[in-house]
Design a protein around this ligand. Structure first.
Ligand code: SAM
Length: 234
């Protein structure tokens, strides 16, 4: 992967950047995504945000190597602290856990003024992001699921709007994704069949284990999720 040829995962994220956007890519690492987006005429300006010094230096090198310092800037900071309100129109956050993405959005709420689109690619825990989007008036407008190097990724795209709009059966759709559930692609079926087997194994172990309050709550939670997924897959 480099700034000319992204991974399938980041290419999917990039495909949702609106043309002419000003972009903040949070947790940018090598800044491949903003470099690719600028070199392909998708954005007019970009910020690569990084909390860690090593990746920040990689992002800076990448931007200089491509002679893009007039359009792209690497900034060090935690989450959305690297941008000002009304500075960007699109934010991408990719390759992290759903809880971390949620906390970055939540801590940086005041910086979301002027942002028209969020493109979020959690490695796990997409449901917690869907919950945050509903609670904060962001409407999920598209979802993608893809497989690369034997890993399955989800991409969530949201805009300010009617947060409840895509949802009809909220518990099921928060977990599985309203658009992904409707589409039920082979990758979706593969992901959730695998999760189902995993949860059933844990449930069997819990059934054999000592009956504690913690185990009982964990079992209830798993049984509920298994029911939701089985209903979706049948
Ligand atoms: N976005 C790239 C991608 O999807 O390939 C890089 C993903 S990499 C696994 C995660 C990056 O996020 C790391 O470089 C890490 O330093 C950065 N990161 C983690 N927490 C962050 C935060 N709170 N604010 C900014 N960057 C963060």
């Amino acid at each position: 992967m480099n700034e000319e040829k992204l991974s399938k995962r980041l290419e999917t994220v990039a495909s949702y950047i609106p043309k002419g956007a000003t972009l903040a890519d949070i947790g940018s690492d090598h800044a491949y995504l903003p470099c690719f987006a600028y070199l392909n005429g998708m954005i007019t300006k970009g910020i690569a945000g990084e909390v860690a010094e090593g990746p920040l230096q990689s992002a800076k090198k990448q931007i200089s190597k491509n002679q893009l310092t007039n359009a792209l800037e690497a900034r060090k900071g935690d989450g959305l602290e690297v941008i000002q309100p009304n500075e960007v129109t699109c934010i991408t956050i990719a390759g992290m856990g759903g809880s971390l993405i949620r906390s970055i959005l939540d801590k940086g709420k005041s910086k979301l003024r002027g942002v028209e689109r969020l493109i979020l690619q959690p490695n796990i825990g997409a449901s917690t992001i869907r919950e945050w989007l509903i609670e904060n008036d962001w409407e999920l407008i598209a979802e993608e699921i893809l497989e690369e190097d034997k890993k399955i990724y989800e991409v969530l795209v949201a805009e300010k709007g009617s947060p409840q709009k895509p949802y009809q059966n909220i518990d099921q759709e928060l977990l599985l994704g309203p658009f992904l559930l409707k589409e039920k692609s082979p990758i979706f079926i593969k992901k959730w069949s695998h999760e189902l087997k995993h949860w059933e194994r844990i449930l069997n172990q819990l059934n054999d284990a000592e009956e504690t309050t913690e185990n009982r709550l964990r079992k209830e939670e798993l049984e509920q999720k298994i029911e939701i997924v089985m209903e979706a897959l049948t």
